[in-house]
Design a protein around this ligand. Structure first.
Ligand code: SF4
Length: 154
């Protein structure tokens, strides 16, 4: 059972960080860069392979997060968790997808695809795969797939 309050809480914390960072960056050029704040926040965090680097976080949090961004983040995190990703990894991946949006990167994750079933691609031939297996590394890697089909939530 997904904890939607917790997911919404994570989205709100990202929005708060981005909105605070935005206030720090614009009117006060001498303020510490977001990367320093992110580095401080990251002290004592366990290994998080999908977490944005400090430089990436600077970009992802440069603009304030409005309601649409928060809703998109929440929907993505929910989808990722439904597909077996832990809350922390789903949080990091959803923020990574937000960065992708900002950078107009057209690559996608299998985890966002309508054809994805945990560990499998339901349309492997059209996707150009030799086998229907989608391992964890592939599922979390941004790539271009000829048969990607966005989920309702994605
Ligand atoms: S169609 Fe492509 S993006 Fe979708 S699950 Fe299969 S390999 Fe992944």
């Amino acid at each position: 059972m997904l904890d939607f309050e917790a997911i919404r809480g994570r989205a709100a914390r990202h929005a708060e960080a981005a909105n605070l960072a935005n206030r720090l960056i614009d009117p006060q050029p001498e303020a510490p860069p977001v990367s320093q704040l992110a580095a401080l926040a990251g002290v004592a965090q366990p290994l998080r392979p999908y977490r944005l680097s400090a430089a990436e976080a600077d970009v992802a949090r440069r603009a304030p997060w409005g309601g649409a961004t928060i809703a998109r983040f929440t929907a993505r995190m929910t989808l990722l968790m439904r597909r077996g990703v832990s809350a922390t990894d789903a949080d990091d991946l959803a923020e990574r997808l937000h960065l992708r949006d900002i950078e107009a990167d057209e690559r996608t994750l299998c985890l966002e695809c309508e054809h994805y079933r945990v560990g499998l691609c339901g349309n492997d031939r059209r996707a150009g795969l030799h086998v229907p297996i989608v391992g964890r590394d592939m599922a979390v890697t941004l790539r271009r797939c000829p048969d990607f089909d966005k989920t309702v939530l994605g």
